[in-house]
Structure formats: C-alpha cells, structure tokens
Design a protein around this ligand. Structure first.
Ligand SMILES: [Zn+2]
Ligand SMILES: [Zn+2]
Length: 303
C-alpha cells in the first residue's frame, strides 16, 4: 500500500482549519515529504506518521508557505537524537537557501543535511521507486514531482487459472526467471508471469495550467494539483496558480485515476466543495484535500 497524506492544504496563510502546504508519502516504510510549510511537524505528530524516519524532503519552490516548517523540523530531529542524514531537494537555489536556513540561530545537530538543486527531468532514485522533477509554471523557480514505483513482475492469477494451476511453492520461483515443473509439466516464466506497472503519484505544488504537467501525469493513480481558486477569480486576473476547472482539465487530458484539489485560497477554506463542483464539470473522480486526509493506492495487478 502507498499512503499519501495531505497535511497542509491552505495557500499563502494558514486558517483555523488548514495549515500551509505539506504532504507526506509512505511507500513501504520509505517516508518522504513534498513541501514542508509551517505546522508540518505538528501535523506529522497529530497523524502519528513518525517524523524521525523521514529521509527525503522535496520542496516545490521557495515561497515561505512551502518551506517554513523546515527550520522546526530540522531542529526537532536534532533534539530527538537523529544520526542518519536528511536529504533536501528542490529547484535552483535550494542548496543556498538550505545553507542559509541552517546558519540561522544556534542548532544542536548531530546529523548531516544534504541539499541538492534539481532541474526538470532530474531523477532521485532508490531501489524500488524514483522521484522525477518536472517543470511547473509559477512566478519563481519551481518544480512538481512525480513519484513512481518501479515496475515489477508477478505471477498472474488469470494465467494460472487458464493453465488449471493452484498456488504452490514452485510457482513463486517463476518470477525470478526460473522454469518450474509441476505435476510433470514444465512451465516457463513467459507462460505465467506478467509485468506489473508501478504506481504513480504527481504533486504539482503551485502552478498555472501546464501542458508539461499533463504529459508528466499520464495515467497517474493520483494527481494532487494546485486549485487555489475558481475559474471566475482566475479570469479576474489572478495568476501563478490554477483554478479547480484547470486542475480538472489536466486530470482529464492526462487520464489520471483520481484528482485531489489542494492549496486553497482562504476564501475557500470552509467551502472547498465549491471548487470540487467546478472540477466535476469535466472530471468526475475528484476530492478536496483536507489536513490529515489519507489517500491509499493499492498495488496494481499483473496485466
Ligand atoms: Zn503556495
Ligand atoms: Zn508559491
């Protein structure tokens, strides 16, 4: 199971019910944050998400509502005796801003922090997943992120049934590339093993409507998109962000499974349903993010 939490869902300023931008992803114990606005460490505690095990923080851009929780988080990790390193990624100037942040005040810190500037297309890779930076369209250097589970191989239940096979010990060895003999018949991996596409989650951060986001979001399981205001307000000359309708158009063109709207202007803090209704005009499977709301993505089945 992949668990994705929206922890902070307000834009620019916190409200009584919404903190600033922050999301948390747990993939088989690999824990990471996408944005870390003010209030993030408190939300991690309230939702019992274990902040000590977070190894990577991806910042979409250096507007304060997206990074202002870093200082407190870094401090708490030090006070709690962390010794493993923390990695902070973001658009250009991330190394510089992180250095500045760490030189602010007196810290007691016994762990290393590595910051890295990413460009669109750069990939942070681990054994079972990768996170790709994508270009977004905001007023300052900004990135969105695509989390992708690497594809795997699994024995297909459907194919087993076609061959009249029951689950047994030998079958497990097929996905390691071995042929196996069951009741006198030899089966090769091609007969029973299928490729399983990895799960994909896209987090845009702040962005206007973007063709690049559409391309990067193709067939995503979850698209978490800037939806700061309504189309009416956007046409009034607001820029740098997306309307709910635009987020829905991205979801539709990219053919994603589910759309989550977030980063609400405070005028929608208790009225996000208005944005959901607007999005539903073009894309049905849409929800408004709430602070502490969890989205689960189940493993894909073999093709
Ligand atoms: Zn913002
Ligand atoms: Zn911004």
């Amino acid at each position: 199971m992949i668990e994705f939490y929206t922890l902070g869902t307000s834009s620019a300023v916190p409200t009584d019910s919404r903190d600033l931008s922050s999301t948390f992803l747990n993939f088989q114990g690999n824990k990471m944050l996408f944005d870390c606005g003010e209030g993030t460490q408190k939300s991690l505690m309230v939702n019992k998400l274990g902040l000590m095990n977070i190894d990577k923080v991806f910042i979409t851009h250096w507007h304060a509502d997206h990074f202002s929780g870093l200082l407190g988080l870094v401090q708490t990790l030090g006070m709690e005796g962390r010794d493993r390193p923390l990695f902070i990624y973001g658009p250009k100037r991330t190394e510089e801003f992180t250095k500045n942040l760490l030189e602010l005040g007196y810290y007691n810190r016994n762990y290393d922090i590595y910051a890295e500037n990413l460009e669109p297309g750069d990939v942070v890779e681990d054994q079972e997943y990768k996170v790709r930076a994508i270009k977004t369209d905001h007023r300052v250097p900004s990135l969105g992120y695509v989390f992708e589970e690497k594809p795997s191989k699994k024995v297909s239940r459907k194919k087993m049934e076609e061959h009249g096979l029951e689950p047994c010990e030998e079958i497990g060895r097929l996905k390691d590339g071995e042929s196996v003999e069951i009741d006198g018949t030899v089966y090769t991996p091609d007969q029973l093993v299928s490729k399983v596409p990895g799960r994909k989650i896209v987090y845009t951060g702040d962005t206007e409507y973007s063709e690049e986001v559409i391309r990067a979001s193709k067939n995503a399981d979850l698209l978490v998109h800037d939806s700061t205001f309504t189309e009416e307000l956007r046409k009034d000359g607001r820029y740098g962000h997306s309307s709910a309708l635009q987020a829905a158009k991205v979801a539709k063109h990219a053919d994603v499974e589910k759309l989550v709207l977030t980063h609400f202007s405070r005028r929608f803090t208790n009225n996000a349903e208005k944005l959901v209704d607007e999005a539903k005009e073009v894309f049905e499977n849409v929800e408004a993010a709430e602070d502490g709301k969890k989205f689960e993505i189940k493993p894909h089945r073999p093709e």
